[in-house]
Design a binder for this molecule. Structure first.
Ligand code: NDP
Length: 291
């Protein structure tokens, strides 16, 4: 800690996200040592008060807390492997997007080098960092979280999920899966009406209201999954939906657009119905995803 009680932090990576993290730390008064592979990208944060390290070793030596925010886990290894001995005694917080398996591997690797490890999944885009709209999932070392807490609080909400380092990326990827599924439907809907010359701006309010009206699906699905009961109170059974779904694919074809974003669901629905589950809700398809 500095005389002002602000924890000093090293940040590796000054892309769009790393820069936003450094700016949030600086704005809150935390001393920051920053490093980036391409040195020119450090000029902006240097002007705002960050110390710029010219080598990774120098950046590791500067502070106990080291935050990595690079493109992917391979790039984190590429940066840290050659200077791995410098991680001893450090608290490595990896906010790079990755998978649960990659986080567990990196945690074990860091542990062998004498470093404590905390993984993080950033649920925000760079302009949201430092605002109440941002939050970050964390998992791994609770003592790293406690020591770095005042610094991490500057980024946004802190959601700690437990000691298994894979839990943060697991939740991160799960939210992104939901988001991309939503995006796929939205893209398809705009393409479909667009094929008939309907302006996207004109259609958007209809789509927004419809998605909001269907939002109740999520909580209902959660109850059905936890209770293992996909049948009670069903009003739109999967046999009916599997019968109507081909119209989504056929309409796309008629309009001369691809249905490839939609096609994977049809065989899963058909399989569930064929297995005798036609009276269930759509969410019963989740059983087919379990390998
Ligand atoms: P950018 O593409 O803006 O920056 C990538 C960073 O990684 C740069 O600092 C780049 O250095 C560095 N880098 C890439 N490859 C290597 C390498 N082999 N060795 C050393 N450094 C390397 O990405 P962001 O900053 O936006 O994203 C960083 C992380 O944050 C990613 O994992 C991303 O998924 C995650 N994230 C990003 C969000 C966003 O909206 N931007 C949202 C949530 C998470 P150089 O400048 O030298 O190229």
């Amino acid at each position: 800690m500095t005389e002002h009680g602000k924890t000093p932090v090293t940040v590796l990576g000054l892309g769009a996200m790393g820069t936003a993290l450094v700016e949030a730390l600086l704005a809150a008064g935390h001393p920051v040592t920053a490093w980036n592979r391409t040195p020119g990208r450090a000029e902006g944060v240097a002007a705002k008060g960050a110390s710029v390290a010219s080598t990774v070793s120098e950046a590791l030596a500067a502070n106990k807390i080291v935050i990595a925010c690079l493109l992917d886990y391979d790039s984190v290894h590429e940066v840290l492997d050659p200077v791995a001995a410098g991680l001893e005694g450090r608290q490595l917080i990896n906010l790079t997007n990755g998978t649960p398996g990659q986080a567990r591997e990196m945690s074990a690797w860091a542990g062998q080098l004498g470093a404590e490890y905390l993984d993080g999944g950033i649920m925000a885009i760079p302009p949201m960092i430092g605002t109440p709209a941002a939050f970050i999932f964390y998992s791994g070392s609770g003592s790293v979280l406690a020591h770095a807490r005042s610094a991490l609080d500057t980024f946004g909400g802190v959601k700690y999920l437990g000691v298994d380092p894979g839990l943060a990326p697991l939740h991160d990827i799960a939210l992104l899966s939901g988001m991309y599924g939503n995006f796929m439907g939205v893209i398809q809907a705009f393409a479909l009406v667009g094929s008939a010359g309907v302006k996207a701006r004109e259609f958007a309010p209809l789509l927004r209201d419809w998605l909001a009206a269907m939002g109740g699906f999520l909580d209902r699905a959660a109850e059905q999954i936890d209770d293992g009961d996909y049948v009670t109170g069903v009003v739109s059974n999967i046999a009916m939906q599997a019968g109507a779904y081909p119209n989504l694919l056929k309409a796309a074809e008629e309009q001369g657009i691809s249905a490839e974003l939609l096609t994977p669901l049809q065989p899963l629905m058909d399989k569930r119905v064929a297995a005798g589950h036609g009276a269930e809700d759509l969410i019963g398809v989740i059983e087919l995803l379990k390998k």
